[in-house]
Ligand binder design. Structure first.
Ligand SMILES: [Zn+2]
Ligand SMILES: [Zn+2]
Length: 146
């Protein structure tokens, strides 16, 4: 039981971090700092090529991003609890897969529409990729419409 709690806690904490990262680094002033500039650029390019022919080239986390992020998960997991670390990593992996399909099939269901809204209608809304309750919680939610 405790194991599941650690996994879930890690998963949702990573989701919260990525929400904050998307809002304040990718679309905020924090991304203009020297350290985070290159990281922000990945997302700027993703927006530029979001649903066009070359979308695949910019839709995934780059290899150096994966090295950085998975190292953080391993280090945190090592010093706290292994299942907590796995929970963190589980969000990153599910993010990568789900986000890929949100772009592969744009506007095909409510989640795809939710993300499409962020890309094409209002980049200050819908920062969470699939746990939409984060946007509801922080007042940045828009369900979008066809
Ligand atoms: Zn996207
Ligand atoms: Zn964005």
């Amino acid at each position: 039981m405790e194991t599941v709690a650690y996994l879930l806690f890690g998963h949702f904490l990573a989701a919260l971090f990525l929400y904050l990262n998307h809002r304040f680094v990718f679309h905020g002033k924090l991304g203009n700092t020297k350290l985070l500039k290159r990281w922000k650029k990945v997302h700027t390019m993703h927006h530029k090529f979001d649903y066009v022919k070359q979308w695949k080239k910019y839709a995934l986390i780059p290899w150096w991003g994966w090295i950085g992020l998975s190292s953080i998960c391993c280090i945190v997991g090592y010093y706290t609890n292994m299942f907590f670390g796995i929970g963190l990593l589980s969000y990153l992996i599910s993010y990568e897969v789900v986000h890929y399909y949100l772009h592969k099939y744009p506007r095909s269901n409510h989640l795809n529409e939710f993300h499409y809204y962020h890309h094409r209608k209002d980049a200050k809304k819908n920062f969470a990729t699939f746990w939409t309750f984060f946007d509801k919680m922080f007042g940045t939610y828009n369900k979008g419409s066809k």
